[in-house]
Design a protein around this ligand. Structure first.
Ligand SMILES: *[C@@H]1O[C@H](CO)[C@@H](O)[C@H](O)[C@H]1NC(C)=O
Ligand SMILES: *[C@@H]1O[C@H](CO)[C@@H](O)[C@H](O)[C@H]1NC(C)=O
Ligand SMILES: *[C@@H]1O[C@H](CO)[C@@H](O)[C@H](O)[C@H]1NC(C)=O
Ligand SMILES: *[C@@H]1O[C@H](CO)[C@@H](O)[C@H](O)[C@H]1NC(C)=O
Ligand SMILES: *[C@@H]1O[C@H](CO)[C@@H](O)[C@H](O)[C@H]1NC(C)=O
Ligand SMILES: *[C@@H]1O[C@H](CO)[C@@H](O)[C@H](O)[C@H]1NC(C)=O
Length: 214
């Protein structure tokens, strides 16, 4: 098998594998996408603010939120479909206390934006909540975010991917989110994404092989 022609073919084969490997890696890196990061930057519940004991504030059953949406990709845009926000109180996840929709929009490379609003709530047991924070405990609100995003690579859009994340927000007797830092909204299932990326990687290698064989 050690003929001179065979050695030539071997070299050729090596550089072929090397080049297609590099191409596959390059394609994979340039097509790879990551979903935007969402975090609760601010969350206020005036009615639970013990310091402000006016009856108008105590009977103010609104919540104020400020949610940051962050596209960390340096070379790809994100288009958000209508974003559904759903709020819950204290593990009562069968009964939303408030909902809010953010109209869809496009977000450029490496951009972040905030969406904030005051929303009226329904069904929060305010007396019990106020008693709990007055006693020095915190009460937990939850926000769930659901939308679909597609990524813009150069001038092309990818197909849509669903973005479903949530976070629990502990609130204290200042009627304020306890954590100073933003609270990141997380998905229930982080695994399918990396699985999908592996599948895409294999697909790209396969395509690169076919291109080089032609
Ligand atoms: C709570 O009420 C006090 C007194 O009115 C006010 O100074 C403070 O800003 C309020 N805190 C929040 C988080 O609204
Ligand atoms: C309301 O708060 C002020 C100061 O925080 C306090 O002086 C006053 O007694 C409070 N009133 C009631 C009814 O708790
Ligand atoms: C109720 O609280 C919100 C902030 O969450 C504030 O914007 C609004 O003016 C308050 N309403 C009243 C009637 O005090
Ligand atoms: C959930 O909230 C609704 C509305 O306030 C209430 O009727 C229901 O009893 C709550 N469920 C639990 C398990 O707290
Ligand atoms: C708050 O404390 C009072 C007495 O200090 C107690 O009777 C009440 O059950 C407590 N409430 C909560 C929600 O922990
Ligand atoms: C958002 O809510 C609307 C109306 O309830 C619904 O049609 C849509 O499918 C929801 N979007 C997502 C991503 O869940």
């Amino acid at each position: 098998m050690a003929e001179s022609g065979g050695a030539g073919r071997g070299n050729c084969c090596c550089s072929f594998i090397f080049t297609s490997g590099l191409t596959a890696l390059f394609l994979w890196l340039s097509l790879r996408t990551s979903k935007p990061t969402c975090s609760v930057q601010n969350f206020l519940v005036p009615s639970l603010n013990k310091t402000d004991n006016s009856t108008t504030t105590r009977n103010n059953h609104t919540i104020f939120f400020d949610i940051k949406l962050d596209n960390g990709m340096k070379d790809k845009g994100v288009h958000y479909d209508t974003i559904n926000l759903t709020f819950f109180y204290d593990q009562n996840y069968s009964f939303p206390i408030a909902t809010y929709t953010v109209p869809g929009f496009y977000q450029g490379h490496n951009k972040h934006t905030s969406r904030k609003a005051v929303v009226e709530t329904n069904g929060v047991p305010w007396e019990a909540a106020f008693e709990a924070v007055s006693n020095g405990s915190t009460v937990a609100f939850r926000v769930g975010l659901a939308t679909r995003v597609k990524f813009k690579i150069l001038v092309f859009y990818t197909k849509r991917h669903s973005l479903i994340v949530k976070a629990d927000i502990p609130v204290n007797d200042f009627g304020k989110k306890v954590n100073k830092k933003g609270i990141k909204l997380k998905s229930n299932s982080p695994h399918p994404l990396s699985h999908r990326l592996r599948l895409e990687f294999l697909g790209v290698i396969f395509i690169a092989l076919i291109i080089f064989l032609l």
